[in-house]
Each structure stands twice: as C-alpha cells, then as structure tokens.
Design a protein around this ligand. Structure first.
Ligand code: ADP
Ligand code: ASP
Ligand code: MG
Length: 439
C-alpha cells in the first residue's frame, strides 16, 4: 500500500476534487491524505484572529463568506440531491461549530479547533464524492490516531497501533481517506503539525504502515533546481538523496515541509513528488540515491537574523562556544548557520521571539552586532569534500554580491551563503545561470 497526499491546490475546487478522485481510484487501494481546500487554512487563521481581537462581527462575516464558497463547491461537485444534502450537513456542522466560538472566551485551544475544520471538510467532501460514484471509500479520522507526545513529537507507537486497528475494521475498503495536518496532543486536545504539515502526516502514516512509497501530489512537477517563484526556466530534479531533500526543504523549498523527510529517511521509504495537473510527469524521487557528485538545486530561506559575538579574550579559551550556545538553548532558539574565527563567532537564527534577552546575555561575553533582514541561500547536492570545484563554482556565481557568512562542511550536502534580503533574487538567478544553464 502507498500513501498519496494531495495539497490544497490539488483539491481547491469542485473540478480539482473530481480530477483527484479519478486519479486516486485508478491507482488502487491506498491511504489518501488531504489538505484543506486552498485558501481555507489562511481564512481560518483570519477568523481566529478576529476572535482573538473580540471582533465577532468580523469573524461571523468571514465564516459566512467561506461557507458560501463551500456551498457553491458542493453544488458543483455532486450529481444527486441526496449527496448534496449529505455534504451540506457535514459542512454546515463544521461552520456552526466555528460559530459557537464567537460566544465565549477564545484561546489557542479554540483556535486549534477552528484550524482543524479545513481538513475535516475537504476529506468529508472527497469521501462522499467517491461514495456517490460507487467507490467503497472509508474515512480514517486523523483525530483518532494521529497523536503527539509531551515533547510535541509524533507518538509513533500510538499512531501505528491505532491506525492499524482502524484499517483492520474496514479491510474491504477500496480507498482510505484521512486528514493531513491535524492531530491530538498528549492531553487529547485538538492540535496540528504546523502550517504545511500535511506532508508530515503523509510521511508518518507511510512509516506507520511501512508503505511501499509516499507520494506528495502538488501543483508542480517535482522539486525544481531553483525556486520557481523567483527564477525563470527552473527544471525538475529527477532524483534526490533524503539528505539533499531535507536540506532543500529546511532551507526554503516550499514544495516539501521540512519535517516530512526524517521519518521517511529513518524507515527508508521513498518519497515521490508529483504534479496533480500533469500526472504522467516523472516528478522527483527521494531515496537513498547512490553518489552523484552533482550540484542539484538551490533554495532560499527568508527572515534570517545574523548575530556576531566578538571577543578576543574568550575565544581561544575552551568553553566559549558552549557558553554562547547555552544562551540559545536557554531561550529555545535554534541556530541555522555558524561561522567562527579566532576573535569571533557569527550565528544565524530565524526565530527572533527571544532576541532581546539573547542579546542581553551574549553581551556578557563580547561585543555583539546584529544584521536583520538577511537570507540564507543554500546550494545543495552531493558535495563530498574530496570532489573539487563545487565551492569555487558557487562562490564565482556570487562574486558581485556582498556575502555576510559562508558555511560549508557541516554536511556533504550543502554550502550556505548569507546575503541581504535585497540581493536574494539576483543571487538565486546568478546561481541558476552558473550552475545549471549551459552545463
Ligand atoms: P501544497 O499546497 O500542494 O502543499 P505548496 O504550495 O506547499 O503545495 O508547495 C508547492 C509550491 O512550492 C510550488 O507551487 C512552488 O511555487 C513552490 N516551490 C518553492 N520552491 C520550489 C522548488 N524548489 N521546487 C518546486 N516547487 C517549489
Ligand atoms: N492546510 C494546512 C495549511 O494550509 C496544512 C497543509 O496544507 O499542509 O497549512
Ligand atoms: Mg505544502
């Protein structure tokens, strides 16, 4: 059995839902993970925002507009009045549930309940559509098996047991449908796997059932060698190693959620990225590829802050870096890039919620300077250090751009450059020209 995940655009209209339905029915008995229809989760965030601000009129109006959109989709999707009514009933219950939050206090617990409604509606609608078309489709409620532990990590044993019990209950189903993104936390409350987290759901399910493959179906034909939102003429990469995919996802290639790769890598389950609008395109296969000795792709991660700590007195003494890192640990702030010299160390972070206390503490150890609005440009491939020329090529491409930091050698898979936000698009294009064109 495989796990097939379809993102928001893939189920974003009645026609898209119909297309996905025919695609999945032609592929046999698999578990299908669905996101909310595109735009829905953003609207649910907006509704929650109104509720936090106690603007119940704003919340109600936004709920009504979204509900009208769903009613229109339902009318277009189902052929019979019977199924139109069934779908109306399911969707109305979700909207009425959202409305119930306009009457009382609103906290992050209620927000998570609201955010869960998008995936609950898209899966209910797909399930009914398949049933209307004579397919024995069974809904596996993610809230009954997808759970995180006290450290907010997936409780893999629980997921495996509960999911297998649910599958055993309906062994004759043609297709199983479940919600991406949503889960319960260790206390049984409704929670989620962070924005874009449906990819993570697919990978976790793939591991729980030891799937033959996890397929991530989206609106583009695989992982491209550069960010198609900023560079023209990018091309899909046919194969990526798990490590290369993890670097690209972490450093900004939006097609794949960063958390998705690890479970698949640990369980050696191939992940294939495919295009719903072009189902025959080969896409990208992510697995334990043999060494390729090639630069594969470039990605960019925005909103990076660089912090430099200069201290001639401390750096030579052992223990200096530990003290610096402990400060970031205290404030639970991950570091992305590091560069050291004899008199200083520079690090980058993207979570600036605790920047002020971090800087206060760092100032005990040296002179601290901060550069905001930076971007990490990450060049990814099989860059084993004994191969020659990769660094030179990447550096040469960026020779006319001011580079604040460089990080290389942390893994065999990545060279990272820190540049200013305003140089990002130029840097991505220069790298595309030098690394991938006229090869
Ligand atoms: P879904 O809603 O299906 O999860 P996403 O919007 O999360 O889809 O991811 C697909 C988008 O990722 C593409 O439309 C594309 O604009 C963007 N993207 C960014 N970097 C890359 C890349 N290197 N290769 C392919 N797509 C990328
Ligand atoms: N619907 C959620 C989001 O928009 C999860 C996902 O699509 O992966 O973030
Ligand atoms: Mg996504």
């Amino acid at each position: 059995m495989k796990v097939l995940k379809f993102g928001g655009t893939s189920v974003g209209s009645a026609q898209r839902i119909k297309d996905v339905a025919s695609l999945i029915t032609s592929r046999g008995k698999n578990i299908i993970v669905l996101s909310a229809m595109s735009g829905t989760t953003n609207t649910l965030v907006e509704i929650s925002d109104y509720l936090y601000k106690k603007n119940t009129d704003g919340a109600k109006e936004t709920i009504n507009t979204l509900e009208a959109k769903y009613n229109k989709t339902i009318n277009e999707l189902y052929a019979s009045d019977e199924y139109k009514e069934k779908a109306q009933k399911e969707v109305k219950a979700c909207f009425n549930y959202m409305r119930s939050f306009t009457k009382d206090i609103f906290t992050m617990f209620e927000e998570k309940e609201i955010l869960a409604q998008g995936e609950l509606m898209s899966t209910a609608m797909m399930n009914l559509y398949l049933q209307e078309n004579g397919i024995s489709s069974v809904l596996l409620p993610a809230l009954d098996f997808m759970r995180t532990d006290k450290n907010a990590e997936p409780d893999t044993q629980y997921i495996k047991q509960k999911l297998s019990a649910l599958l055993d209950k309906d062994p004759d189903a043609d297709i199983y449908i479940t919600q991406g993104y949503i889960c319960r936390n260790a206390y049984g409350e409704v929670d989620n796997l962070q924005r874009g987290g449906s990819d993570y759901t697919a990978s976790l399910i793939g591991c729980a059932i030891n799937a033959e493959e996890v397929e991530i179906w989206t609106d583009i034909d695989g992982m491209h060698n550069n960010d198609p939102r900023f560079v023209e003429g990018t091309e899909p990469v046919s194969e990526l190693h798990f490590e290369e995919a993890a670097e690209l996802a972490y450093f900004g290639a939006k097609i794949l959620h960063p958390t998705c790769v690890l479970p698949a890598k640990l369980n050696n389950i191939p992940v294939r990225l495919l295009n719903t609008m072009q189902p025959d395109a080969p896409g990208t296969l992510i697995y334990n590829t043999p060494a390729s000795c090639q630069i594969k792709a470039v990605a960019a991660k925005d909103n990076i802050t660089a912090i430099k700590i200069k201290s001639g007195r401390m750096l030579l003494a052992y223990g200096f870096l530990r003290k610096v890192f402990e400060i970031f640990e205290t404030y639970q702030t991950p570091i992305d890039m590091i560069a050291t010299s004899e008199v200083g160390v520079s690090v980058t972070i993207d979570d600036v919620r605790n920047l002020t206390p971090i800087l206060d503490d760092l100032k005990k150890f040296g002179t601290v300077t901060v550069d905001n609005d930076m971007v990490i440009i990450c060049v990814v491939g099989d860059l084993e250090w004994q191969n020659r020329g990769f660094e030179a090529k990447a550096l040469d491409a960026l020779k006319d751009i001011p580079v604040r930091m460089i990080s290389y050698g942390g893994s065999n898979y990545n060279i990272s450059f820190l540049v200013r936000k305003e140089d990002k698009v130029t840097a991505l294009n220069l790298l595309s020209d030098k690394l991938f064109k006229n090869k």
